[in-house]
Design a protein around this ligand. Structure first.
Ligand SMILES: NC(=O)c1ccc[n+]([C@@H]2O[C@H](COP(=O)([O-])OP(=O)(O)OC[C@H]3O[C@@H](n4cnc5c(N)ncnc54)[C@H](O)[C@@H]3O)[C@@H](O)[C@H]2O)c1
Length: 310
C-alpha cells in the first residue's frame, strides 16, 4: 500500500502514523517548510508515545516508512490514495484538489479529511470529481479507529470501494454515508449533545464541569462499549421498541422545548426496531446485557482496577 498525506498538521501526522503502522509507504507533503520540520518531530514523538503505551511494536520501522517532501508531485506519484489534511477552507481545498487531479492517475483515490466541507463542494466541477470523496477521521485517528466515507453523487462506486478497503487495511472501520449531509455523522451527533449542553449552561441548570462529568463518567463511558441505540435497547427489558413507547413522549417534549419537531413516528421506530432485532434477537438480550457490563468492567480494570472516581 502507498499513500500520500497532503498537509502535515495534527490530522496529517496522525494519518501518516495510521497508514505506516499498517505497513504502508507514506509520502507527506506540506507547502510550509516549517510545517515539515514540525511534522518530523511530531511523528517521532507520537510514535514513541504509542510505543510506550504498548500500541506500536517498532517505532523506528514505522517512521522508516514515512518520508516528508516539499514536492507535491514526488509525494503523489503512483500512490493508491491521497489523504488531504489541509486547513478547513473550501477555496484552498478546491485549488488543491484541482492540482491533485492533474498529478495523479485515473485510479488514485482523492480523499479529504474535511470535517464539514462536502466532496461536492470541493470538486463537483473538477475533472477528477469522480475520484473525490471525504474520508473524515476522529481525532486522533491512531486512537479512534473509525472513518466516515462520504462520496459525492459523482464519486465512482469503485473509488468508494477502494477507499473503504484501504482504510480497513489500515485498521480503521469505514462507515459509509448514503448521502452528503453537513457535519456527516461525527459532528451531527456531537453537535446534538453540544447544543443541549450549551442550553443547559445558559439556563443555569448545571456547570460546564458537571456536564462534562456526566458525559465522561456516565454516558460517554457506556457509549465506549455500546452506541446510543444499543444503549437504550439494553436498558429496557423488551428492547428499544418498549423504550420508544415509554420514553418517546418525554424526548419529544424535550425536543419541543428546544424548538425541534422531529417525532419518532411509528414507521421510524419500527425501522429502528427492525435493524436492532436483526443485529441482536431479543432472546439474546440478557446475555448481551451481561456482555456490556463485563466490557465496562474491563475498561475500569484497565484504568487501574478500581471504580472510577470524578
Ligand atoms: N483537528 C481535528 O480535530 C480534525 C478532526 C477531523 C478532521 N479534521 C480536518 O482535517 C483537516 C486538517 O485539520 P488539522 O487540524 O490537521 O489542521 P492543522 O492546522 O493542524 O494542519 C493543517 C496543515 O495544512 C498545511 N497547509 C497550509 N496550506 C496548505 C495547502 N494549501 N495545501 C496543503 N496543506 C496546507 C499547514 O501548513 C498545516 O501543516 C481539516 O480539513 C479539518 O477540518 C480536523
Amino acid at each position: 500500500m502507498s499513500v500520500a498525506v497532503v498537509g502535515t498538521g495534527s490530522i496529517g501526522v496522525a494519518f501518516a502514523l495510521v497508514f505506516a503502522r499498517a505497513g504502508a509507504e507514506v509520502r507527506c507533503w506540506d507547502p510550509l517548510p516549517e510545517a515539515i520540520g514540525r511534522a518530523r518531530a511530531d511523528l517521532a514523538d507520537k510514535a514513541a508515545t504509542l510505543h510506550r503505551h504498548g500500541l506500536l511494536d517498532d517505532p523506528d520501522a514505522v517512521l522508516g516508512l514515512v518520508t516528508l517532501t516539499s514536492d507535491l508531485s514526488t509525494a503523489t506519484a503512483g500512490v493508491e490514495l491521497v489523504q488531504e489534511c489541509a486547513p478547513e477552507d473550501v477555496e484552498l481545498k478546491r485549488d488543491l484538489f484541482a492540482r491533485l487531479g492533474e498529478l495523479t492517475g485515473p485510479d488514485t483515490v482523492l480523499a479529504s479529511s474535511s470535517s464539514a466541507i462536502s466532496a461536492s463542494r470541493i470538486g463537483h466541477d473538477l475533472p477528477a470529481a469522480d475520484r473525490i470523496l471525504v474520508g473524515h477521521p476522529g481525532n486522533p485517528p491512531y486512537l479512534l479507529p473509525v472513518v466516515e466515507v462520504v462520496p459525492s453523487p459523482l464519486t465512482r462506486p469503485d473509488v468508494v470501494e477502494r477507499a473503504s478497503a484501504t482504510y480497513a487495511d489500515a485498521g480503521l472501520h469505514p462507515v459509509r454515508l448514503r448521502r452528503e449531509v453537513e457535519g456527516f455523522l461525527f459532528n451531527r451527533l456531537q453537535g446534538a449533545v453540544l447544543r443541549e449542553a450549551y442550553c443547559l449552561v445558559r439556563d443555569g441548570v448545571a456547570s460546564v464541569a458537571d456536564i462534562d462529568a456526566v458525559m465522561r463518567l456516565g454516558l460517554g463511558r457506556r457509549w465506549g462499549v455500546v452506541g446510543p441505540f444499543e444503549t437504550v435497547d439494553l436498558n429496557t427489558r423488551g428492547g428499544i421498541g418498549v423504550h420508544a413507547g415509554r420514553m418517546g413522549p418525554a424526548y419529544a417534549r424535550m425536543g419541543a422545548e428546544r424548538g425541534q419537531d422531529d417525532p419518532w413516528t411509528e414507521e421510524l421506530v419500527a425501522e429502528v426496531v427492525r435493524q436492532r432485532r436483526e443485529a441482536m434477537p431479543l432472546e439474546e438480550w440478557e446475555q448481551r446485557v451481561r456482555w456490556r457490563d463485563e466490557r465496562l468492567m474491563d475498561l475500569i480494570a484497565d484504568e487501574g482496577g478500581s471504580a472510577p472516581s470524578a
